[in-house]
Design a protein around this ligand. Structure first.
Ligand SMILES: C[S@@+](CC[C@H](N)C(=O)[O-])C[C@H]1O[C@@H](n2cnc3c(N)ncnc32)[C@H](O)[C@@H]1O
Ligand SMILES: [Zn+2]
Length: 150
C-alpha cells in the first residue's frame, strides 16, 4: 500500500459566499501571503460583439483582454467570476499570455473578502451619470464612488 504523503497541500483555499458589498463574493479560508497567484479568471474567449452582456450594463462578468477579446465565464468559468471590486483592493489582476491571473497584493488573512480594482472602461465619455450607473459600494475610505477607471 502506498504511504501517505506528508507534503502539505499548498493549493490556495478560497470559498464563494454572500458578500456585504454585492451579491456573492470570494473569501480566503486560510492565510494567503503577498504575491500568491490565487486563481485564474477562466472562461470562453469571445469578441466584444459576441460577449453576452451589454457593455454598458453595470452588472457584468466579462473580463476584457488587451487583444480586444473578452473572457466570458458563463462557459468554462470558475470561482474567480465572483470576486468583487474594491477601490482599495487586496488583489490585483494581471494578464499573462492572454490569460488573467489574480494575485494577492499583500498578505490576506483567513476570512477576508478578496477584491481587485475592476477599473472598468466604457465607450462613452465618463459623466456624473455614468459614474452613478457604475456606482461602487466597496466602503473603502478612498472609494472613488465608481467601478469605472477615472
Ligand atoms: C464579476 S461580478 C462579481 C460577482 C457579483 N457580486 C455577483 O454576485 O454577481 C461583477 C459585478 O458585481 C457587482 N459589483 C462588484 N463589486 C462591486 C462594488 N464594489 N460595488 C458595486 N457593485 C459591485 C457589479 O454589478 C459588477 O458588474
Ligand atoms: Zn469603491
Amino acid at each position: 500500500m502506498a504511504k501517505k504523503s506528508k507534503t502539505r497541500n499548498r493549493a490556495v483555499r478560497i470559498e464563494v459566499r454572500e458578500s456585504a458589498v454585492h451579491g456573492r463574493g470570494v473569501y480566503a479560508t486560510q492565510f494567503i501571503p503577498e504575491g500568491t497567484r490565487i486563481i485564474e479568471y477562466t472562461g470562453q474567449r469571445v469578441s466584444w460583439e459576441a460577449a453576452p452582456d451589454d457593455e454598458n450594463d453595470p452588472h457584468t462578468f466579462n473580463f476584457g483582454l488587451e487583444n480586444g477579446e473578452v473572457i466570458n465565464p458563463e462557459i468554462g468559468g470558475n470561482d474567480a467570476r465572483w470576486i468583487n471590486h474594491c477601490c482599495d483592493p487586496n488583489c490585483q489582476a494581471f494578464e499573462e499570455d492572454n490569460r488573467i491571473f489574480i494575485y494577492a497584493m499583500h498578505d490576506i488573512e483567513a476570512g477576508e473578502e478578496l477584491f481587485y480594482d475592476y477599473a472598468m472602461e466604457i465607450d462613452e465619455p465618463i459623466t456624473e451619470g455614468s459614474k452613478r450607473k457604475f456606482a461602487c459600494h466597496c466602503g473603502a475610505s478612498n472609494c472613488r464612488g465608481t467601478m469605472l477607471a477615472l
